[in-house]
Design a protein around this ligand. Structure first.
Ligand code: SAM
Length: 352
């Protein structure tokens, strides 16, 4: 197998979660990867097929770019330009036009990295590629976009194969949906939860949210092609969730059910992504949250198929690890995400 090197440019906020999301997507898609290298906001790894880049571009919520790697250089502009004169860029271009963009990751930059000129590099690398390939420079919508990232003490260079679009996430925000309820997750975070649960696309395996509310997880799973099932104890939520899914052309598969006693046969669920009630706007219906979670975990350990994953978000005051492991599920990842001064999310990823 010929290994193909690629890199992902990650969001700066919650960088470790962004990295975990890319790795979770690769696992969900059964894509082999190796030789992981981590730089500030850049994740490099070897894959067997560059198609991975389109798939991560389709699924990810916390990455900016998915790129084919050409080379990594030290932060020395003179050296970079002289080494680039020996590269055959025809191997990396598509179509008739190209552009070069350089981004500087400001945190953790070495003194050499700080001194590098973004505009100077874009101009001079552009001139080398133009001479080498004979292609036209087109700054708007080029057919090939070269991207250089100055991170820590290196310059990572490659071509962009997929860009993560924010547009869909913005359009699916709660206030644009037919049924809205306060205190819901942003679509990007719901997508992250779906990815961390390693939800499979285009299979019969079900992605399940037993506290579905307005349907954030089911929408983000449905949009990428997961077969979804949702339930909620509140009839009005089930009804509203159905409206939201239908408005996006997604198939609503919903039941009114208590997550402490699910009307689902054992081992029928492929993955669970969920956001249990934790505030005044989404009440636990009189049950203490920790008790509700204990009963919920017992049910999930029963309905989840072997090796299936659960991703769950709770306030960071909850002893999630202890409650989860009591059910027999194994904690695989624990992430913290600051939301606002009265809420920091604890996101746990468990496996059966
Ligand atoms: C934080 S909200 C979920 C928000 C959801 N992620 C969304 O996109 O709207 C929690 C939901 O859990 C439901 N709920 C509360 N107790 C429940 C229980 N015992 N079983 C099932 N659902 C419950 C509430 O009705 C509420 O809709």
């Amino acid at each position: 197998m010929v290994e193909k090197r690629c890199f992902f440019v990650l969001h700066g906020q919650n960088e470790s979660i962004a990295r975990a999301e890319v790795l979770a997507i690769l696992e969900a898609e059964n894509m082999q990867f190796s030789d992981i290298e981590e730089l500030c906001q850049v994740l490099l790894l070897d894959v067997s097929d560059f198609d991975v880049l389109q798939i991560v571009g389709l699924r990810a919520s916390m990455s900016h770019y998915c790129c084919r790697h050409i080379s990594t250089y030290p932060c020395d502009s003179g050296l970079i330009l002289s080494m680039m004169r020996d590269v055959d860029f025809n191997r990396f271009v598509n179509g008739e036009s190209f552009a070069v963009r350089v981004k500087k990751i400001k945190s953790n930059l070495s003194p050499e990295g700080k001194r590098m000129s973004v505009e100077g590099l874009e101009r001079e690398i552009g001139a080398i590629i133009k001479k080498n390939t004979g292609l036209q420079v087109r700054l708007r919508n080029p057919e090939t976009l070269f991207l250089g990232v100055i991170s820590e003490n290196v310059f990572v260079f490659g071509t962009v194969k997929a860009k993560v679009s924010k547009k869909g996430f913005l359009e699916r925000r709660g206030r644009f949906m037919p049924f809205f309820h306060p205190g819901i997750m942003k679509p990007q975070i719901s997508r992250l939860m779906v990815n961390l649960a390693r939800a499979k696309r285009n299979t019969e395996l079900l992605l399940f949210d037993p506290f579905c509310g307005t349907g954030g997880m089911l929408i983000e799973g449905g949009v990428i092609g997961c077969n979804t099932l949702g339930s909620d104890i509140d009839k009005a939520m089930v009804f509203g969730c159905k409206k939201n899914l239908e408005c996006l052309g997604l198939v609503p598969r919903l039941i009114k059910a208590d997550a402490r006693k699910l009307p689902i046969k054992s081992e029928k669920i492929g993955a669970v992504a969920t956001d249990p009630p934790h505030s005044r706007s989404s009440s636990t219906k009189g049950e203490k949250l920790e008790v509700l979670l204990e009963k919920f975990f017992t049910e999930i350990a029963r309905v989840l198929r072997k090796d299936g994953y659960l991703s769950i978000s709770v306030p960071d005051t909850i002893p999630l690890e202890r409650i989860g492991e009591k059910s027999g599920l194994k904690l695989q990842e624990l992430h913290k995400m600051y939301v606002h001064k009265s809420l920091t999310r604890l996101i746990g990823v468990f496996q059966k």
